[in-house]
Design a protein around this ligand. Structure first.
Ligand code: BTN
Length: 261
């Protein structure tokens, strides 16, 4: 079975927008998980930018041990292997930076009124009008040839029905009434990622400003691993700031986040 992803069309987009990531690209009709494909390739010495895209995954993974389930062809499912040249001075910024790149790509392909409603829900979910349209799973490994990060991204394209527990919290391009070319979306996401990775090592404050501009949690009542508070912004190191009920401020590095309002 061949993939429905048009590699030649993707190459045209990649050339047009000047994107280095996304080569070599493997387009699969079906796989277990594109993150696993990229991690295997990393162990075999694959280069920075190596990318896997699939129409369907049989064991797609989400953050915090959850599954990522999408019907065949419903999502843009891809993983890109990154070998950061420089050790980022603020490693906590990497996960939200991935979310920022995907937010920017999603917003490029939406009409302006919807693009204005795109946000990142810390650390890296992408929301449109408060509903999740994309998620990112970053997995890192330290090997003989240095650090490797696999950034796996799932973007809801054609999904019209979600499981009942997600029905009110998820959206897709189809739900928003927007037709999208997956090859263009992948090229935009990779280009956005490439630009922001460069920024992380040269001008991390620009990333912090962008995170604050698109912070979907600011002012929201949240619970992170049992701690309740009001989300009060993103720190210069990428941590989420929480104001607790007693007025104390705490910084969250990672955790399971629930919305309480
Ligand atoms: C999340 O929101 O929990 C992250 C979801 C990440 C899903 C993508 S789909 C492509 C890649 N392969 C995987 O197994 N997971 C990521």
């Amino acid at each position: 079975m061949s993939s429905s992803f048009d590699v030649e069309r993707f190459e045209r987009w990649r050339a047009e927008i000047g994107c280095g990531l996304g080569s070599p690209l493997t387009a699969l009709a079906i796989t277990g998980s594109t993150n696993d494909d990229a991690l295997t390739a990393a162990r075999e010495g694959a280069a920075h930018g190596t990318t896997f895209v699939a129409d369907h995954q049989t064991s797609g993974r989400g953050r915090r041990g959850r599954s990522w389930i999408a019907e065949p062809g419903d999502g843009l499912l891809f993983s890109v292997l990154l070998r950061p040249e420089l050790e980022p001075t603020r490693p906590g910024l990497l996960p939200p930076t991935l979310g920022l790149a995907v937010r920017a790509a999603v917003s490029e392909l939406l009409p302006p009124a919807l693009a204005a409603e795109t946000r990142v829900k810390w650390p890296n979910d992408v929301w449109v009008s408060g509903r999740k349209i994309a998620g990112v799973l970053a997995e890192s490994r330290l090997g003989g040839s240095g650090a490797v990060v696999v950034a796996g991204v799932g973007i809801n394209l054609e999904t019209r029905r979600f499981p009942p527990e997600l029905e009110e919290r998820a959206t897709s391009f189809a739900r928003l009434g927007v037709a999208v070319e997956r090859e263009a979306l992948l090229a935009q996401a990779l280009r956005g990622l490439e630009m922001r990775l460069g920024c992380l090592s040269r001008a991390a404050d620009e990333i912090v400003s962008e995170l604050r501009e698109y912070d979907g949690l600011i002012g929201r009542h949240v619970r992170v691993d049992g701690t309740d508070g009001i989300a009060s912004g993103i720190g210069a190191d990428g941590r989420l700031t929480l104001q607790l009920c007693n007025g104390d401020i705490t910084q969250i590095h990672s955790g399971h986040l629930e919305l309480l309002d």
